[in-house]
Design a protein. Structure first.
Length: 481
């Protein structure tokens, strides 16, 4: 299996494991340990060492014994490779399940660990049984090679500390036993005595070093597995949270649909009798003059109720709607003309002045939002002004363009000025009509938040009047050509 394929396989496994909601940390460590232990690798080095050792021994040791050792060695290797193949098949067929480690995979992994111990005994046996047949120099070379084999073994077995300690112990102890026996039997040969003594010390130091290096490798593996496990649990938690959010989102959407149907039905059902009442009032207007005062009050009440419903339904539609209308180029002159057509008759009815200080130029704005905000400002200004008038104008600075509505009305009490944009808030207004639910400025505030870079600024003095300003970025303004 090439490196790219291994990476893809491991990524798939991690994704499968992330679906294991009851996977424990130790189960994950066991899974990764067995996976790396039984990972397919090339056998070039081990095959070379077998051939080299066989050729070295067959010229000096009994050939039958050497051949038996070679057969056992290759049989042990074949056993290990077959187990690796079995595990690879089980791994490739691994599907999403509650526990990653299946019983079959665990059994194969345990057999593979046993095969490692048996192969360690086979190699260790070669050191103990055959090396003494070799010439003295060849003995030392063979023992060094066998010791190097022990170091190579930890690159794979370090994923399982217990197995690593057992394998290195078998390989080192076999060499150590050979060296000690020959150390004892060469007391008369000072040169060999010293060499074997040094070799015994070398083996003991190597064993100590193997344990240190092996532990380092093992700790690196566990650190990596811990990070992988943390990632898996994080993925699992995110998936769970996402599913819960989707469920809640779907529930909210269904609730919004129900509420929308209710409001639509309510709007239709409530507006019908109000419209009928207004129709009857219009019919009564042809009657005697005695009814005119009563009819006028009925019409005012009808209009007030209709306005209440309009505010309520508009606010509801604003809350359930998340899509803003597209931006559109519109001239300031056209906006002011619309406002004048609608509000001048109302101002004339109250016998107050309504003036527009016009300015040339175009705006790139959400026209629906923009006109709704200014209309609310003008509505409130006219409603709460009995003497004087209302002025609608434009100011331009280097940073923004400000649309301002000034009035000479009753103003807003200082103590409640921070509450006027709250839903259903209505300031005390002696001798004023009771139209509105207190949603107008709440709707305005929501619309301004949806307009990038826009903001509201206002000032008010009780008894003297108020000014409300809608400021938008100067980049949305262009001079008319």
């Amino acid at each position: 299996m090439d490196t790219t394929k291994q990476v893809e396989t491991h990524a798939t496994l991690v994704e499968n494991v992330s679906n294991s909601h009851d996977l424990t940390r130790e189960e994950w460590f066991e899974f990764e340990s067995n996976r790396l232990l039984l990972e397919p690798r090339k056998q070039t080095v081990s095959t070379f060492l077998r051939v080299f050792m066989g050729l070295a021994l067959i010229f000096y040791a009994p050939q039958a014994a050497v051949i038996i050792w070679l057969l056992l060695s290759f049989a042990g290797n074949f056993w290990m490779q077959s187990l690796i193949g079995q595990y690879a098949k089980l791994l490739s067929g691994l599907s999403e399940q509650h526990h990653v480690m299946t019983e079959s995979m665990t059994q194969v992994a345990e057999q593979y660990k046993l095969a490692w111990r048996v192969n360690a005994l086979i190699w260790g046996g070669a050191s103990f049984l055959f090396i003494h047949y070799l010439p003295f120099n060849a003995q030392l070379i063979s023992l060094v090679i066998a010791n190097a084999l022990a170091f190579l073994s930890i690159t794979r077995t370090s994923v399982n500390v217990k197995l690593m300690n057992q394998v290195t112990a078998i390989l080192i102890l076999a060499q150590l036993l050979f060296a000690v026996l020959h150390f004892i039997g060469t007391e008369t040969d000072d040169s060999k005595f010293q060499i074997y003594a040094i070799y015994v010390v070398y083996l003991l130091f190597s064993w100590y070093l193997l344990r240190i290096v092996g532990r380092r490798f093992a700790n690196l593996h566990r650190s990596y597995w811990s990070a992988e496990y943390a990632k898996i649990k994080l993925i699992d938690d995110l998936k769970t949270s996402q599913q819960q959010l989707e469920i809640k989102h779907n529930a909210l959407q269904e609730a919004d649909k129900v509420i929308q149907r209710f409001y639509s039905g309510a709007a239709h059902d409530l507006r019908q009798p109000i419209g009928a009442m207004r129709l009857y009032v219009d019919m009564l207007e042809t009657d005697s003059e005695e009814n005119q005062q009563l009819i006028s009050k009925i019409k005012q009440s009808s209009d007030s109720v209709n306005q209440l419903f309009n505010e309520l339904f508009d606010f509801h539609k604003l809350n359930i709607s998340s899509d803003a209308s597209a931006l559109k180029i519109i001239s300031i002159e056209e906006i002011f003309t619309r406002l004048a057509l609608h509000f001048e008759p109302i101002a004339q009815t109250k016998k107050i002045k309504l003036k527009f200080k016009r300015k040339q130029g175009n705006l790139n704005v959400n026209v629906q939002y923009f006109t709704r905000i200014l209309s609310n400002f003008v509505t409130n200004a006219i409603r709460y002004t009995d003497k004087g008038g209302v002025l609608v104008g434009v100011r331009k600075t280097s940073e923004h363009i400000s649309f301002e509505v000034w009035d000479t009305g009753i103003g807003i009490q200082t103590t409640v000025q921070d509450k006027i944009f709250q839903e259903f808030f209505r300031a005390d207004a002696p001798n004023k009509d009771t139209e509105g639910l207190g949603l107008g400025l709440a709707i305005v505030s929501e619309l301004v938040q949806r307009m990038d870079g826009a903001r509201i600024v206002f000032q008010s003095k009780p008894g003297k009047g108020s000014v409300f300003k809608l400021q938008i970025p100067i980049t949305l303004y262009t001079k008319q050509g």
